[in-house]
Design a protein around this ligand. Structure first.
Ligand SMILES: [Zn+2]
Length: 132
């Protein structure tokens, strides 16, 4: 990931966060996913009155990217108030497509302070279904 791509990921994750539909939790999340071809695909969380139907920003970004034909990714940026890491479901969802994914955790209240992690660190012992 280049410095320009990193800056774009941070900016676009923060912008995507503004589109979040979170009337119940008020916890707005934006995600920006960098594909192997350098394209950036965004997502935001979308809550529902039937809470189980709520989908996280990260899975929206991944699903949108998958629907567009992408399968390999270079980085994921997540923007929240507080710089929170992805939930367990999103970690497993991402692990379907990439084991070693750099993840930028952005605190939108302090966007200049970005914490860097990696999917491999956040999800040790991921579930794998070995099909023969
Ligand atoms: Zn999640």
């Amino acid at each position: 990931m280049t410095n320009d791509q990193r800056s774009d990921l941070i900016r676009l994750a923060c912008e995507a966060r503004k589109n979040a539909h979170a009337p119940y939790s008020k916890f707005l999340v934006g995600a920006a996913l960098l594909t192997e071809f350098g394209e950036i695909i965004c997502g935001c969380n979308v809550e529902n009155a039937s809470f189980g139907l709520t989908i996280c920003a990260e899975r929206v970004a991944f699903s949108t990217a998958i629907a567009a034909g992408h399968r390999r990714f270079r980085a994921l940026a997540i923007a929240t108030s507080g710089g929170h890491p992805p939930c367990g479901a999103c970690r497993q969802f991402a692990a379907e497509f990439c084991e070693d994914l750099p993840i930028l955790l952005i605190d939108c209240d302090q966007p200049d302070q970005v914490s860097e992690s990696n999917l491999r660190v956040l999800l040790p012992g991921r579930f794998e279904l070995l099909v023969t």
